[in-house]
Design a protein around this ligand. Structure first.
Ligand SMILES: C[S@@+](CC[C@H](N)C(=O)[O-])C[C@H]1O[C@@H](n2cnc3c(N)ncnc32)[C@H](O)[C@@H]1O
Length: 242
């Protein structure tokens, strides 16, 4: 049972990693052209994003490291034996100062109580001149869904995630959180505006049904569906003079 749940989560994480791949490719092109770098993902889950990076940027990375608080996720991620995995809380990373070139998280800050504390810790382990990035965080306040029946389902998902402890609007606050964590010259943006692709929407509906723990949703093939939860990213260089 647990094995199939975590395998299901991994599939979802792989899907989400695909959405944000262009952003990572951009970061690598801009900052890490010819380097052999060390990277760390905080809240790495099953290792889906690190695996995607390995596929795309293998020759540019000399160390893939991942930290997660959940032993089940870590156990699953260990299948990918190129990742150095650590079970730890993101607010106390088991590394000395300034040891990674790129430290990032992905759909993670929404799950933590104090994103600033986490970002400050991510900054601590980033080398001066290295990059800290929050690669994907949602903002459900900007949720758009049509028709109404889909909007209502998406609202149920938002409520279920909030009840579960998620800060579902963390995305739009990234700039402030980075500032409070001591970064300057922060670059922010958002991806994924309105989506009308049927496969995408059916997939998202499946996820909403799971998250909100409702029995079913009748998908009407004749209806015109559209859906988006704006998802934000932010990144900044750690200053070389601190
Ligand atoms: C939505 S998952 C995202 C996983 C991965 N980043 C991805 O996008 O594929 C969030 C992960 O954060 C982990 N997590 C939550 N709070 C944490 C904390 N305080 N420290 C480390 N990991 C944490 C969870 O165990 C979970 O694996």
């Amino acid at each position: 049972m647990i094995a199939s749940l975590i395998a299901e989560k991994h599939l979802r994480y792989q899907q989400q990693a695909e959405w944000t791949k262009p952003f990572r490719n951009y970061l690598f092109r801009r900052y890490f052209k010819d380097d052999k770098i060390k990277i760390l993902e905080v809240g790495c889950g099953t290792g889906a994003v690190l695996s995607e990076i390995k596929n795309e940027q293998c020759e540019k990375v000399k160390l893939f490291a991942g930290v997660d608080i959940d032993p089940i996720a870590i156990k699953y991620a260990k299948k990918q034996n190129f990742i150095e995995l650590f079970r730890a809380d993101g607010k106390e990373l088991p590394f000395s100062d300034s040891c990674f070139d790129l430290v990032f998280c992905h759909y993670f800050l929404l799950w933590v109580k104090d994103p600033v504390e986490i970002l400050a810790e991510m900054k601590r382990v980033t080398k001066p001149g290295g990059i800290c990035a929050a690669m994907a965080e949602p903002c459900y306040d900007e949720l758009r869904a049509e028709p109404k029946v889909l909007f209502e389902l998406a609202e149920k998902q938002r409520k279920a995630l909030s009840d579960f402890g998620a800060n579902v609007n963390v995305g739009s606050q990234l700039n402030n959180y980075f500032k409070e964590a001591g970064f300057s010259e922060i670059e922010c943006g958002k991806y994924r505006e309105n989506q009308c692709d049927t496969d995408f929407i059916q997939n998202e509906i499946r996820q909403m049904v799971i998250d909100s723990n409702i029995g079913n949703f009748r998908f009407d093939p004749k209806a015109k569906y559209s859906y988006s939860v704006p998802t934000y990213f932010a990144f900044a260089e750690k200053s070389k003079v601190e």
